[in-house]
Ligand binder design. Structure first.
Ligand SMILES: Cc1cc2nc3c(=O)[nH]c(=O)nc-3n(C[C@H](O)[C@H](O)[C@H](O)COP(=O)(O)OP(=O)(O)OC[C@H]3O[C@@H](n4cnc5c(N)ncnc54)[C@H](O)[C@@H]3O)c2cc1C
Ligand code: SF4
Length: 510
């Protein structure tokens, strides 16, 4: 039966069972459409990266004798809309069946269901065969529970997949080695240069510019730095295991002005568009450790595996358990706008300047920069979660809603009231100074809470607790901070709140 199969830009699984056999009646369609480039203002590197990876995937299919229809962004017959393009292809190609892979985003899931209901031919969907847990696995594990604990889910997956296990016990006797990780980085170990693929995708950039797609950030498209084939993704894994893993956990939370990636893997983009499978990455890391092929100790190895087997699967599970309501949550009722300088990095706050400028330049910031610099400030500045989501969804190469929104609205902005995080991730300058060297060269004074050049994080931090003490007073993890606030003398407290008020009123000038 003549069948049309849709593959989306983040579904590039070269090992999918669909591709195991060649069937002349089956046609794979991939399309570059404005509908997808325009639903958020994306980083230019993200648009190029996805288009390049899609194109490479289509070439691979053709080389392996599959029928392929590839619609490019400036093609005349491109309706710039998935549904319209599919309708046209079905009519013109006389297809009898439409098949698609389960999308990761709620928006696209509803869209494809609607499309299928309109088509006059049979349709069905298939799994992407990428994730370790199923869409509804987390919801089932926590059925009837008020909170979803990462640790519970992570351990279940460790046991189920037999990762870092010795019989029924965790390898080394402990499930979690976080206490040994999270050191500061003071330049004591040389950070290996990042693995750069240097592909020339300037022709793709030209087409994007020709189509007048609105993007953010910069790119050197002649030397494109991100993986866009499974071969690149595997090279990145090999590089990570041999050069970065031994120091991964140790410096996982560290930040430094001299380097934008430290010992992080930079694998998220390749994983999210499915160029490489999470279980393959995990097993390669585990095998390197168990066979002594890496100098990394258990703390580094478990720390890394926890990110992919734990956090990544957990976030996806939360997404499918909570959407679509999750996208409207705003626990604190924050209404402010994001400061304008989030789009330029032109601010005197050195930590934010570094995190934002590198994000614009590389479409990347590591987890602690996202959580404790840009996310922390947005929460303290009481920015509406919609604004924060839009920024994160646009700026990072790895940003796809299922993993972006749970991290941003959930973990970073506490807009879900504590489903993902057990307390709001806010801090004063003390944490930032401990984990980075940003404060050393900052215009603001990290030690000052009020007055000229006082670090804005300090007053905004106490202002946050003052504003939300009612909402947070039952949270045992913030009780200590609320006690400190309530014991503060009136004058100090008033001065802090006044300082915060001035900063909030002049946020674009900071
Ligand atoms: C506010 C905020 C927004 C974020 N938005 C995204 C996003 O849009 N897309 C995205 O993939 N990650 C997001 N993250 C999670 C994390 O910051 C990135 O996955 C990580 O920085 C990617 O860099 P890396 O590949 O070098 O990661 P590494 O530090 O090397 O970690 C290895 C892998 O673990 C996974 N991982 C680690 N932490 C998380 C997490 N919290 N949730 C899900 N997976 C995780 C990623 O796949 C990552 O590639 C966000 C975090 C925060 C705090
Ligand atoms: S002093 Fe304040 S604004 Fe400056 S880098 Fe440190 S925390 Fe950031």
């Amino acid at each position: 039966m003549k069948t049309l199969r849709l593959i989306l830009g983040d579904q590039l699984n070269y090992n999918h069972s669909w591709l195991k056999t060649v069937d002349n009646n089956v046609f794979y369609v991939l399309m570059e459409v404005r509908e997808e480039t325009d639903y958020a203002k994306h980083h230019i590197q993200k648009v190029i990266g996805v288009f390049a990876a899609m194109y490479n995937f289509a070439e691979y299919l053709k080389k392996n004798k599959h029928n392929v229809i590839y619609i490019q962004i400036n093609d005349k017959n491109n309706h710039q809309n998935v549904s319209k393009n599919i309708h046209q292809l079905v009519d013109e190609g006389k297809f009898k069946k439409f098949e698609y892979l389960l999308p990761d985003e709620y928006r696209v899931d509803s869209y494809l269901k609607e499309l299928c209901s309109q088509l006059k031919i049979n349709s069905s969907f298939f799994d992407t065969e990428h994730f370790i847990s199923t869409r509804d696995e987390l919801a089932k594990v926590f059925e009837g529970k008020k909170s979803y604990l990462l640790e519970t889910f992570y351990r279940k997956l460790r046991v189920k997949e037999g990762i870092l296990m010795q019989g029924s016990k965790p390898y080394g006797g402990k499930w979690n080695y976080d206490a040994l990780n999270r050191q500061t980085y003071k330049g004591e170990e040389k950070i290996p240069p990042f693995l750069d693929f240097k592909n020339d995708y300037s022709s793709i950039e030209r087409e994007i510019r020709k189509a007048h797609i609105q993007t953010i950030g910069s790119v050197d498209s002649k030397n494109f730095q991100w993986p866009t084939t499974p071969k690149h993704a595997q090279e990145l894994v090999d590089y990570f295991i041999s050069k970065l893993l031994p120091s991964f956990g140790k410096y996982q939370d560290a930040m430094h002005t001299s380097n934008w990636h430290l010992f992080h893997s930079r694998l998220s983009f390749a994983l999210n568009i499915k160029l490489i499978s999470p279980i393959s990455v995990i097993k390669q890391v585990e095998t390197a450790f168990l066979t002594g092929k890496t100098k990394a100790d258990i703390a580094q190895v478990e720390g890394f595996i926890r990110q992919i087997l734990g956090w990544r699967e957990y976030m996806r599970g939360i997404y499918w358990a909570q959407m679509p309501n999750y996208a409207n949550l705003n626990f604190f009722g924050h209404q402010n706008k994001l400061p304008d300088w989030y789009w330029t990095g032109d601010t005197k706050l050195n930590c934010l300047k570094h995190a934002i400028k590198q994000s614009l330049e590389h479409a990347y910031a590591h987890h602690i920069q996202r959580l404790m610099i840009t996310g922390n400030f947005a929460l303290l500045a009481q920015v509406h979660p919609d604004e924060v989501d839009a920024w994160y969804l646009g700026i990072y190469i790895d940003a796809f809603e299922w993993v972006e929104i749970t991290n941003t609205r959930g973990m970073s902005q506490f807009a879900d009231g504590g489903l993902v995080g057990t307390k709001p991730y806010v801090s004063s300058s003390a944490y930032i100074d401990k984990m980075s060297n940003y404060c050393k060269t900052c215009y603001y004074d990290k030690t000052k809470k009020v007055g000229d050049r006082a670090c804005p994080f300090n007053s905004l931090y106490w202002n946050f607790y003052e504003t939300h003490s009612q909402l947070l007073n039952k949270n045992p993890r913030v009780g200590m901070m609320l006690n400190v606030l309530h014991k503060m003398d009136k004058q100090t407290r008033q001065a802090l709140l006044k300082q915060a008020e001035v900063y909030l009123a002049n946020i674009n000038d900071l």
